[in-house]
Design a protein around this ligand. Structure first.
Ligand SMILES: [Zn+2]
Length: 375
């Protein structure tokens, strides 16, 4: 593989700083050790000698993973040949709709369209790095670094070859070292769900038109209880499945959406809802002390987080079968720790469908009850 497109500031870095020495010379592991700790200290800042092990990244990332990351869909045309529309930005021809082909066994791709090949300076295809470099319009080295980071941040599922290398069991959601940019807070979908621009900006919610598995979705930043950004969820607009996308390896049961802001509100009561949009609407109605399960099941970890930060919880889950049984389960778990109140919604309804006035009526009635001394 010919290395190309090196950015000027990397060109001066010694080769051994970024290529593993197969002869096992002593400087490589040293370089690796140093730059890895630098990376941990400096987050996403690019170090001139940031080290990437092409071979190791390549072993962990398959073409299949990368294609699904970019939402590229192909159909099988042979034992190990898949074909479809070329997803590369270099592809300008509208006539060649079937020029892109992939072999998963060889972990290789090609596009046979003459104009696309010309736009890639005569290159017909390549491996995962070439593909990501073309998609992101970056160097091969930057492509390898991005893949490496995506693996670290669980944005990409790890390929598990049949023989060994099990997926590591990560106990915590690690903070992300990047934030998505160019998010449209005023997208029609956001407005259609009843969010004001102010609310969307406050939560960082909006339509994302960039690359990756969240492209074309409404992204929702998720933080841990300390306020570190740990993931983005991507809500499909329209009927696309899945409705929500979360990074592979992300542990939903370890966090409560918006908990850090609810803690910062210094209210001793938490309003607990099921989903992101329930949270937005409750907040918009004037209650910053709201957090969401991101589902209907309360995990032990989530119960602990609630119990350790609040004196009471108001359960405002969906009024459907799942919500009702979740409410019953949450009462059992939480009532041994703190005071629990329940808001009953009209059958079949959920908080995100309610207007601020309705939300305030429901919570207002309860606030009155809360002041009663019988505990
Ligand atoms: Zn092409």
């Amino acid at each position: 593989m010919r290395l190309r497109g090196w950015c000027e500031r990397f060109r001066k870095a010694p080769r051994t700083a970024y290529r593993r020495s197969d002869s096992g010379r002593s400087h490589s592991p040293t370089a690796s050790k140093r730059t890895r700790s630098d990376r941990a200290d400096k987050g996403n800042e690019m170090m001139p000698a940031e080290w990437v092990d092409f071979k190791s990244v390549k072993a962990k990332v398959s073409m299949e993973t990368v294609l699904s990351h970019y939402d590229v869909r192909l159909r099988r045309v042979g034992a190990d040949e898949f074909r479809g529309k070329c997803p590369l930005p270099t592809h300008s021809s509208s006539r060649s709709n079937d020029s892109f082909s992939v072999s998963f066994a060889r972990n290789a791709w090609s596009c046979q369209s003459a104009s696309c090949i010309a736009a890639r300076s005569g290159r017909v295809g390549g491996n995962v790095f070439d593909f990501v470099a073309e998609m992101e319009r970056c160097s091969l080295r930057e492509a390898a670094l991005r893949l490496d980071r995506s693996l670290t941040e669980h944005l990409l599922p790890l390929t598990t070859p049949g023989n060994k290398e099990p997926v590591p069991d990560t106990p915590e959601n690690r903070p992300l070292s990047f934030t998505l940019r160019n998010i449209d807070h005023q997208h029609s979908y956001v407005i259609s769900r009843g969010l004001s621009e102010q609310t969307a900006r406050y939560f960082g919610v909006g339509y994302y038109d960039g690359n990756g598995f969240l492209r074309g979705r409404v992204v929702i930043p998720i933080h841990n209880e300390h306020g570190d950004l740990v993931a983005y969820s991507g809500r499909a607009i329209g009927q696309t499945e899945p409705k929500y996308r979360l990074p592979a390896g992300f542990r939903k049961s370890h966090v409560l959406f918006n908990l850090h802001r609810a803690i910062q509100s210094r209210d001793c009561t938490l309003i607990l809802v099921e989903g992101f949009f329930d949270t937005f609407k409750i907040h918009q109605a004037g209650h910053p002390n709201v957090a969401a399960l991101m589902g209907s099941k309360l995990s032990d970890r989530q119960a602990e987080l609630i119990g350790s930060h609040f004196d009471q919880v108001i359960l405002m889950l969906d009024a459907d079968e799942a919500g009702k049984s979740a409410t019953a389960a949450a009462v059992t778990t939480l009532s041994s720790m703190i005071r629990v109140q329940i808001v009953e919604l009209a059958p079949g309804s959920q908080p995100d469908q309610l207007a601020s006035k309705e939300i305030n009526q429901l919570l207002g009635g309860l606030a009155h009850d809360l002041s009663s001394p019988d505990r």
